[in-house]
Design a protein around this ligand. Structure first.
Ligand code: AMP
Ligand code: ZN
Ligand code: FE
Ligand code: FE
Length: 273
């Protein structure tokens, strides 16, 4: 059996329900050999998790999922195999924290106007490094305003809904430059969710190294177009579950994973260096 690595999951450093250590232990339990923790806009899980993973026979590759925008549309950029202590990268993550502070304030104001009262202090009691809509959704549920997180997104917080605020944004170009400066490679996350192949091509042309072809529990027929595009454009192919634990139920760790096969160019570029 070829060993496998899940290259996309979230910990309590952003909006996952498991700590980085718990993710490593779960990966080992599932028989995975490699893992990348790709928290939203933070690399707080690194570098200490690397040695913990090694002790549990999990090869850890540094990862992050950076939020960016292009032509007004949300684009998630996965960065891999970077130096997690790189100053440019750490500074960029700190800028994201500032961006989110402003944006969360706007969202809380919109919610307040609809009769849903959440104080900033309540939101920032949360220990996560990255705090965003999932944490606000969590509080809406905990305070009894909404029955579950999915409904909170569907009714209030989802893109374009009544209490959605975009706030300040960072460009894809700047995001790719930061990953490059930190010595990493960049991969377009879940193109499946963009519902616009023309736009995906346009975004990739901004300078991505790879594309997340296998995603979450998506079936082969929904992943196939992205394999074709990667072949056509000679891009690295990656795979990941986007596991969030109980915060996004129904998606197990390892639901999508790449083979740690030395003939895989992604493996050669990252795991073997
Ligand atoms: P933010 O980064 O603050 O804009 O929040 C976006 C994140 O919320 C996404 O990356 C997902 O992890 C999560 N999310 C988006 N839609 C949903 C949903 N319907 N249910 C649960 N989590 C969601
Ligand atoms: Zn998330
Ligand atoms: Fe994402
Ligand atoms: Fe994700």
């Amino acid at each position: 059996m070829i060993p496998k690595a899940d290259l996309h999951c979230h910990s309590t450093c952003s909006d996952g329900s498991l700590t980085p250590e718990e993710l490593v232990l779960l990966a080992a339990e599932k028989g995975l050999c490699g893992l990348s923790i790709t928290d939203h806009d933070t690399v707080a899980a690194y570098p200490h998790i690397i040695s913990f993973a090694r002790e549990h026979h999990i090869q850890m590759i540094t990862g992050v999922e950076l939020s960016a925008f292009h032509e007004g549309k949300s684009v998630h950029v996965l960065g891999y195999n970077f130096n997690p202590l790189n100053e440019t990268l750490l500074d960029f993550c700190a800028q994201h924290t500032g961006r989110r502070l402003k944006r969360n304030k706007l969202i809380l104001e919109l919610l307040d106007r609809q009769g849903f009262h959440i104080a900033e202090e309540e939101l920032y009691q949360n220990q996560s490094n990255t705090i965003g809509r999932p944490h606000i959704a969590d509080l809406l549920v905990k305070k009894g305003y909404i029955k579950d997180i999915q409904t909170a997104f569907k009714k209030l917080l989802g893109d374009g809904k009544a209490c959605y605020a975009q706030g300040p944004v960072f460009s894809v170009e700047d995001t790719l430059a930061v990953i490059r400066a930190a010595g990493g490679i960049s991969v377009l996350a879940h193109p499946h969710l963009m519902h616009n192949k023309k736009f995906v091509r346009k975004v990739i042309a901004l300078g991505f190294d790879g594309i997340e072809c296998d995603y979450a529990t998506f079936p082969m027929e929904l992943n196939a177009p992205w394999h074709s595009l990667a072949n056509e454009l000679n891009l690295l192919k990656t795979a990941g579950s986007d596991f969030h634990g109980s915060k996004k139920p129904g998606i197990p760790l390892g639901a999508s994973a790449i083979s740690l096969d030395e003939s895989n160019p992604f493996v050669a570029k990252s795991f073997l260096c």
